[in-house]
Structures are given as C-alpha cells and as structure tokens.
Ligand binder design. Structure first.
Ligand SMILES: Nc1ncnc2c1ncn2[C@@H]1O[C@H](COP(=O)(O)OP(=O)(O)OP(=O)(O)O)[C@@H](O)[C@H]1O
Ligand SMILES: [Mg+2]
Length: 333
C-alpha cells in the first residue's frame, strides 16, 4: 500500500501506528469452576502482544481456549488473573460503563451465530443495532450504511426483513460480520467467521476482511480451524494447546517446529476425516485432557517427550524473527 492509495490522514495514522501494540496481554488466566467439579483452566498464562494493523490468527483444537481468550480481550469474560492493556491503558478492571466508552472500538463476530442474534430482530435491526447505540447519523444515513454493508458481505437488500431463523448458517455468519464491521471498529475478533461458508464465498469474505482492514487500518484476531484461511490472511498465527500458547509463527507451514503445530499441519493434509482421526496424534477418543501439574503442556501426547519435558515447563522463546516456540526440543535440549 502506498501513499497514493490512502488519504494523508490515513497514511500518517497507519505510519504512526505501525509498530504500536494495540493489545498487551500479560500472564492471562481464565479458570472456570462449577461447584463440586474440579477447576478448568480455559486460558493459562498467556503473554502476547497484538500489533496495531495486524491480522493475528489463533488456531488449536476444539476447547483449547480460543473463544475464551477473544472474549476476555473485549471484556465479555473477566480474566481470573493477569492484565490486558489496550492502547497502553490497563482495561482489566474496567467497569461496564467504562468499557461502554471503548466497546464501539472493538467488536466480535460470534461463533455459531444462530444463538448470537435476537430471534425477534430482522437483519436490518441486527446489523443496525450498533449504529443505533453509538452513531449520531440520521436514520436515512444509517439505512444506507446497513444496505452497503449487507452488499459487501454478499447479501442483497431482500435480506433486510429476514429473521435469524430464516437464514442458513453461512448467511448468518455474513450478517455477523456485517454487524461487527458496521461501526468500522479498530479491533475485531472474528470467531470462526468463515467456517460454514463455501469455498468461493469464503474467498470473497476473506478478501472483504483484508480490504476493510487496509481501508480502515483495522486489527483482527482471526480464530479459525481452517489453516488455509488462516495462512491466507494472517500476518502471524498463534497456536494454542490446552489454554497455553505453544508457538507463534508467520504461517502454519513446514517451518513450524512445535510437535503440536506439526501434527495440526499433518492433519490438514489428510483429506479424509476418518483417516485423519486414525492417523494423527491429535485425536484420542475418550481421553481426558488436563493441563499437567508440571512440565510441558503437550507431554502426554508428544512423540518426542524427554525427561526434562515432564519436569520443566518450556518458556515461549524466540526462534527466528517473528517466530516463537515453547518446546525444550526445539531449543536444543
Ligand atoms: N462458561 C463456561 N463455563 C465453564 N467452562 C467453560 C465455559 N466456557 C468455556 N468453558 C470451557 O473452557 C474451555 C475452552 O473453551 P473455548 O470455548 O474457549 O474453546 P475454543 O477453543 O473456542 O473451542 P472451539 O474450537 O470448539 O470453539 C473448554 O474446556 C470449555 O468447556
Ligand atoms: Mg470457540
């Protein structure tokens, strides 16, 4: 992107912000505990910076804590421990009214949007709700914006009067994206935003997300099971296993070093889901997944576990430029 493509204001805003951290996440934990049941750590000691203007991918198997981490950044879940800094402001203990002031700047597309929308709202009301809450524009201008955004996500005007239950999963996902982007927020958590959309439309949505990012200097946390989508739009990808970050890498490819990331990558290369389940170390039916008391979080499934892995937790350390790994083996033990 050159200065010709952007207004001066946008250009300097981008330049100034290029190396700035939008979020600094320090030692973040989320623990869920139901009365008689043992504690479950959904997120465990996560340290991470999200740079302004970057698309940060977040991958890992179901239940590893991706949505929980995304919700904590928006303070839709309160962290158990740790700090969240947004624009260098510590927002960890912000109250609801304090968060309201910055909430229009951060949005989330919710996973499985079927339950995420008010069933009594039409598409126009769903997408228009953030405008209604935060915008001072006239009704006519708001309506124009809603139609514009609907068209951008590939839905025609005729959808304006539909209700959530009258749409397919993919259509609901697109409405969710339109709703999240209508205020041009600075930060968006896209939680499985393209997971039930077919290939052609998926590419269209990914292009839309990238285009809006360039146009408005957005920053995304892009949560997905779809490695090819992640590789396509992300600047860096965070790999999570049982609430822990095990690797941060520009692309999930053969440069990945953590045994878990390698297993994830291998699984995506096997097209048949049945064979995929048999052939990888990722799926073990009925196995209870628990964070080990000490040592590496992946030690019970890893093919290369050594003594040190059972006693010392490997730190997330830099391996190459923009590539961090938490593995004793990868750091020469
Ligand atoms: N409100 C809650 N109460 C209790 N446990 C919860 C709650 N929300 C999430 N969990 C647990 O926290 C863990 C992480 O859940 P989370 O939804 O963040 O996973 P995820 O990585 O988004 O999974 P998926 O890929 O299936 O969406 C899971 O073990 C889940 O059961
Ligand atoms: Mg999730």
């Amino acid at each position: 992107m050159t200065i010709q493509d952007l207004s001066w204001r946008q250009f300097f805003k981008r330049k100034m912000g290029e190396n700035m951290n939008l979020f600094e996440i320090k030692g973040l934990y989320k623990c869920y505990q139901k009365k008689a049941k043992p504690k479950v750590y959904a997120v465990y000691n996560v340290n991470l910076n999200i740079k302004k203007g970057e698309v940060l991918g977040l991958v890992g198997e179901s239940g590893c804590g991706k949505t929980t981490l995304g919700k904590m950044l928006l303070k839709l879940e309160q962290p158990t421990r740790g700090r969240i800094l947004f624009h260098e402001q510590d927002i960890t203990d912000y109250s609801f009214p304090q968060m309201r002031k910055i909430r229009n700047n951060m949005q989330m597309t919710f996973q499985g949007s079927a339950n995420a929308f008010n069933p009594y709202f039409t598409v126009e009301q769903i997408i228009g709700e953030p405008l209604h809450n935060y915008s001072t524009e006239s009704q006519g201008e708001q309506e124009k914006k809603i139609v514009d955004m609907l068209e951008k996500v590939g839905l025609s005007k005729t959808y304006l009067t539909r209700y959530s239950h009258e749409m397919s999963g993919g259509q609901r996902q697109r409405v969710g994206i339109a709703r999240a982007l209508i205020l041009h927020p600075e930060f968006v958590v896209c939680d499985e935003a393209v997971s039930s959309i077919d290939y052609a439309l998926k590419n269209q949505i990914l292009t839309l997300l990238t285009g809006l990012k360039e146009q408005f200097g957005l920053t995304y946390l892009f949560i997905s099971h779809d490695i090819s989508a992640v590789n396509k739009i992300c600047d860096r990808v965070v790999v999570m296993y049982l609430g822990n970050i095990v690797e941060i890498i520009p692309r999930i490819n053969d440069k990945a070093e953590h045994p878990y990331t390698k297993a994830l990558l291998a699984a995506t290369l096997i097209p048949d889901p049945k064979k995929r389940r048999k052939n990888t170390i990722l799926f073990r039916e009925g196995e209870e997944l628990k964070i080990p008391e000490k040592g590496c979080v992946f030690q019970n499934r890893c093919l290369y576990t050594q003594e040190i892995c059972k006693t010392e937790q490997p730190a997330l350390m830099s391996k190459h430029d923009r590539h961090d790994v938490a593995c004793h083996l990868c750091h020469g033990h």
